[in-house]
Design a protein. Structure first.
Lengths: 210, 210
DNA sequence: TCTTACAAGTTGCACTTGCACCTTTTTTAT
DNA sequence: ATAAAAAAGGTGCAAGTGCAACTTGTAAGA
């Protein structure tokens, strides 16, 4: 994941902090982040640690909207629709820089080149996110589990052109990612194995048809 | 949809065009856009008209990735994963501004406040896109058609808190949006009507449970 | 070492969905 | 005004999937 501070020196980052009047907050594992930092529209950047954006549905169901790692950018205006019940939970000890969103259009900031680089970095990062969302949508919109799996393999394969795919998560998590029942996915994985299309060993999947 | 030229005067927009060395292209209905404009990484802005980003799968299937209206921003680095077969097709007479992506980090641009405002607008627009993608993902990840429909209604309802939802598309398109078979969706709509949860009249859906 | 979790893996069954194939209605083009 | 095309609407059936309820394997903590 690219950093929003890419191409900026330590010195410039500090100037940026001053200019934007940022606050840095620390959270411990399982702590909720939003109530502490939310005060109008903000942008948050994970400096250290990781967190998870969750949505709580009317029926109590929890959906993971996004995993936030170091350098991830999040915010009330970013990716979060209004009028929904969100929770952002620290997964470990986590440090967050918080920027007032309105300060991004403060005319006093406009003539500093490091501010400009920062904006460009934010733009790049959100574009990267859109790509990830599009990938997931392409998997989700397939009607059958077999097609979802093959689409997922195709997308991963095209990133490296290697027959071996290493899942970044458990198979259970993959089922959630694809929006299907876990055991139904296992059944389909078995069928793909039986058809000699794949081999599965732990979180390593080998594509035999490539 | 916000314009990438929001808060910029006609004069500033022209300065921006100069600074970025943009080109403006015109396309007629059904014409393919990418072959004409693609030459390294670019950002495109629809000035007038509309277009559609499509992906062609190995089996010939066409998937609509995104609908581009006036003021939409698209690009090789934006939302499009590499290594895929894309087509961008004009849906009518369409005018497109094309910006060289590399020029966005050209140091000569960095000290102009209108350039800065432009970057901030691009950031806002991509954030808006992420929200839309997240909404679709929330619908797609529901396992049953009934739940997908109810989730879709919920999301739309929370935008206005009005019991009446006006679909921005045909019911057929809604089925594609939700990644389900059209006639299966019709069947479920019928069930929802029978349960007195909704009323459907053309592209207007009334939520009776709100 | 034993216990406790949790992921992996499996199966039967009921229900849902995709698909093919219709009809009817509405929209668009000539 | 008429024909053609597209969307809306519907139905039977086979196939696919979700769910519940297991077993097995594995890693971590007491």
């Amino acid at each position: 994941m690219n950093s929003p501070f890419e191409d900026l020196t330590k010195f410039q980052i500090n100037k940026l902090y001053d200019l934007l009047g940022v606050h840095i907050y620390k959270f411990s594992k399982s702590q909720e982040i939003l109530p502490t930092i939310k005060n109008g529209n903000i942008i948050g950047i994970i400096l250290e640690g990781s967190a998870q954006i969750k949505n709580i549905e009317y029926n109590g169901n929890e959906i993971i909207i996004e995993n936030l790692e170091t350098n991830s950018v999040f915010g009330t205006n970013i990716s979060l629709t209004n009028n929904e019940n969100y929770e952002i939970i620290a997964k470990e000890n986590t440090q967050v820089v918080v920027i007032d969103y309105e300060k991004l259009i403060n005319p006093n900031n406009l003539n500093h080149n490091y501010f400009n680089i920062f904006l460009k970095n934010l733009f790049d990062i959100t574009n990267e996110k859109i790509k990830e969302k599009n990938e997931r949508i392409r998997v989700l919109e397939k009607k059958q589990i077999r097609d979802k799996l093959l689409e997922y393999f195709e997308i991963e394969y095209k990133k490296s052109y290697l027959k071996r795919i290493y899942l970044p998560c458990s198979l259970k998590d993959l089922a959630d990612y694809m929006g299907v029942n876990r055991s139904a996915m296992f059944r389909e994985l078995k069928h793909l194995k039986e058809d000699h299309l794949i081999e599965v060993k732990g979180n390593r999947i080998t594509l035999l048809y490539k």
